[in-house]
Design a protein around this ligand. Structure first.
Ligand code: PLP
Length: 405
């Protein structure tokens, strides 16, 4: 028999730690977010307007991807800052995220990137636009008995292989959505699989083929008398590099946070400003003799007399354990190596023979004098998206506005 559940009522878990001097901090510069938004807009507009017709109008809408806590930056504050700076819409992955945006006071379009089967009436009531990728999604929407029509964006697969039927099946499902009394067809979209790779600029490449298939679908819809208001395809990479993929709306995520989607894109598009810097306090320091071992498994041995400092950040905070004996942090403007294995809550760094350090002094973990998110992630065998979205709840999020200083 299942144990009787006991009441655990009480205040909700706070999302992030308080910014106490004892905590690691992720400091987010709202001015950097605005700078990146402007940069993305300037690329997206690119002189190509609605559906590449040359009708420039005011350029495509900008939908900011703020799923996964705005890529670890903190969703509510980031979305409010981007909205104030002119972002038109927001993209999220879950019903919780969509409703949290509304609870945080965000107006404007909110699009759920994936189909959902739960909480549909709540979402419709909150004016969240839903994705329909298959006939079953429409059936579920109709069965949900929502108060009014849901704004629906039809998702078609043109080569990503994740969600949606083929572009060929698009018109039939679009027509079904348009006919439904539970839905209003307002958008049609696809997602690009290789827009951050050299293929993106290749006329015979996958990105090109995806865009051709998408344009053909839009033409077929048009022939059926269906012209959803927003056609969209572009992630950060396509927004920055392929203005012909802008259509009516672009959906950048990672580049808003000042990180390029790939090293290849970084080389082509300079000027993004990383919005997040992560640092953590020194909690202890000691001078050790040559031959001293450090940490679990005793995998690091001092080659000389040196100062080893303990830092209050570990893999439970999102610092990859694979950077044991490999990572580099930033201290007083220089790089200092991780000594031994990264622990759950702490790690040790070798400050060198002259490493006079104060307890409480802060050491850069990502950005500042430490390598940036792309470099740290690369050294860990990962990529920046994963590193940023895994920054844990024990890392306090702080917001600064460089423009106000
Ligand atoms: C996450 C996501 C984006 C943003 O992608 P970036 O590479 O971060 O720009 C855009 N569209 C969809 C559907 C997404 O899931």
């Amino acid at each position: 028999m299942a144990p009787a559940s006991r009441s655990v009522d009480g205040p909700a878990d706070p999302p992030f730690a308080e910014a106490s001097p004892d905590a690691p901090w992720a400091t987010v510069d709202l001015d950097a977010l605005r700078h990146n938004l402007t940069l993305l807009r300037s690329h997206a507009a690119g002189g190509v307007g609605r559906r590449g017709t040359g009708d420039t109008g005011s350029g495509p809408l900008l939908l900011a991807a703020v799923k996964a806590d705005a890529y670890g930056h903190g969703m509510a504050t980031v979305a409010r800052a981007l909205r104030a700076a002119g972002a038109d819409a927001f993209g999220v992955a879950t019903a919780d995220e969509a409703l949290a945006l509304r609870a945080a006071g965000l107006d404007g379009m909110v699009l759920l990137f994936g189909p959902v089967r739960q909480r549909i009436p709540e979402l419709v009531e909150a004016g969240v636009a839903l994705t329909v990728a298959a006939p079953g999604d429409l059936t579920a929407l109709e069965a949900a008995g929502a108060p009014g029509r849901a704004h629906v964006h039809l998702k078609v697969d043109t080569g990503m292989g994740r969600l949606g039927g083929s572009a060929h099946a698009g018109p039939a499902l679009a027509a079904a959505v348009a006919r439904s009394r539970a839905a209003e067809l307002v958008g049609v979209w696809t997602h690009l699989a290789t827009a951050d790779e050299p293929d993106a600029l290749d006329r015979d490449g996958r990105t090109e083929r995806q865009l051709v298939a998408f344009r053909e679908l839009l033409e077929r819809l048009e022939r059926h008398g269906l012209r959803p208001r927003w056609a969209h395809a572009a992630n950060s990479a396509a927004t920055l590099l392929r203005p012909d993929a802008s259509f009516d709306l672009v959906r950048p995520g990672i580049a808003l946070y000042g990180v390029a989607p790939s090293a290849w894109v970084a080389r082509r598009v300079p000027g993004l400003r990383p919005a997040l810097r992560w640092d953590a306090p020194v909690t202890f320091a000691k001078r050790v003799e040559a031959g001293t071992t450090i940490g679990y498994g005793a995998t690091w041995t001092a080659a000389r007399r040196t100062v080893v400092a303990t830092v209050r950040v570990g893999y439970a905070d999102g610092y990859p354990r694979s950077l044991s004996n490999r990572g580099r942090l930033g201290w007083r403007g220089r790089r200092v190596p991780v000594a031994g294995r990264v622990c759950m809550d702490q790690l040790m760094v070798d400050l060198g023979p002259d490493g006079e350090v104060e307890v409480g002094e802060r050491v850069d973990v990502v950005g500042g004098a430490a390598p940036d998110a792309a470099e740290v992630a690369h050294e860990a065998g990962s990529f920046a998206y994963e590193l940023l979205t895994r920054i844990g709840a024990r890392v306090a999020r702080r917001y600064v506005d460089a423009a106000e200083r």
